[in-house]
Design a binder for this molecule. Structure first.
Ligand SMILES: NC(=O)c1ccc[n+]([C@@H]2O[C@H](COP(=O)([O-])OP(=O)(O)OC[C@H]3O[C@@H](n4cnc5c(N)ncnc54)[C@H](O)[C@@H]3O)[C@@H](O)[C@H]2O)c1
Length: 282
């Protein structure tokens, strides 16, 4: 059974990106958020992103219009009744996600797959909340969704092979390259990436090299497109710190202790690009 209609909860950064990827791939999408303002902001972001693709000759105006016509929006969960999969991309908060999953019960089709785009919450724990845990899975897209090729598909302990196969097929239909991961804190990419960034802060704190030299070293020596400290500024130092804290608590392993300099900078409000100052000044 291929997926014919995608429901999305949340029209923010990730929700609107996922909606755009689905609509461009030819799938009807229903995007739900809590207010008309949030839904309209999501739609405007999609229109702007499609316009940029037209400027780069990656899309025609007709394709843009067709993609936008495939997206319907609502502030009512009942609009998700026809979806074969509902991808939850709401704010990262466990209690909120529990509330949303409970609200979906009785609305979504009995055989609908429920997926979460969470970055840090256990898929196994979320699956335990829903009526059909075998139909629950993690679908972790990367930002910006229309440009990033990877989707981490996370199998909870309860996820069935059929659910996994249908979601993997959907990811490929969206033109993405999925990898399948067992549920664990940070999944695979953030598990490796964020401790590397944390280590870059230790190197900086020990004055082994300047920020520019640390970033240059990783770019030229490892072929990374961006250095770890510049990347921390893009992600947000507060986000990096909170991921390290999750690893430290969940694995109960001191190797995940956050660098004191990272903590100090977050305490100072030097959060990166979003505050105009992080490791670098913007
Ligand atoms: N931003 C990233 O780089 C990134 C990358 C991968 C995964 N994620 C994950 O994606 C999810 C969304 O993150 P984001 O960056 O898009 O956040 P965001 O703040 O941009 O958007 C969240 C949206 O959820 C909406 N929302 C809140 N409560 C809701 C409810 N009850 N029903 C419907 N909508 C509701 C908000 O109004 C908002 O529009 C999080 O779980 C996050 O961990 C984020």
């Amino acid at each position: 059974m291929t997926i014919q209609h995608v429901g999305i909860i949340g029209a923010g950064t990730m929700g609107n990106g996922i909606a755009q990827a689905c609509a461009v791939a030819g799938l009807p999408v229903t995007m739900v958020d809590i207010s008309d303002a949030a839904v309209n902001k999501g739609l405007a972001t999609i229109a702007g992103s499609l316009d940029r693709l037209i400027k780069k000759d990656k899309l025609t105006t007709a394709e843009k219009d067709a993609a936008l016509a495939r997206i319907s929006t609502s502030t009512d969960y009942a609009a998700l009744a026809g979806a074969d999969i509902v991808i939850e991309a709401a704010t990262e908060n466990f209690d909120l996600k529990v509330k949303i999953l409970k609200q979906l019960e009785g609305v979504a089709k009995a055989d609908a797959i429920l997926a979460s785009n969470t970055s840090s919450i256990s898929i196994t724990k979320l699956a335990a909340i829903v009526a059909n845990p075998s139909q629950f899975i993690g679908m972790h897209f990367f930002n910006p969704v229309p440009l990033m090729a990877l989707v981490e598909i996370i199998r909870g302990l309860q996820t069935s092979d059929e659910t996994h196969a249908r979601v993997e097929a959907l990811a490929r239909q969206l033109g993405k390259s999925p990898i399948t991961v067992k549920n664990a804190p940070g999944f695979v990419v953030n598990r490796i990436l964020v401790p590397m960034i944390n280590e870059a802060f230790f190197v900086l704190a020990e004055n082994l090299a300047t920020p520019e030299e640390i970033d240059e070293g990783m770019k030229l020596g490892c072929n990374h497109p961006i250095g770890p400290l510049a990347l921390a500024d893009m992600i947000g130092l507060d986000v990096c710190l909170s991921v390290m804290n999750v690893f430290y608590e969940e694995f109960e392993d001191s190797k995940y202790r956050a660098c004191p300099l990272l903590k100090e900078m977050v305490a100072a409000g030097y959060l990166g690009r979003k505050t105009g100052r992080g490791v670098y000044t913007y």
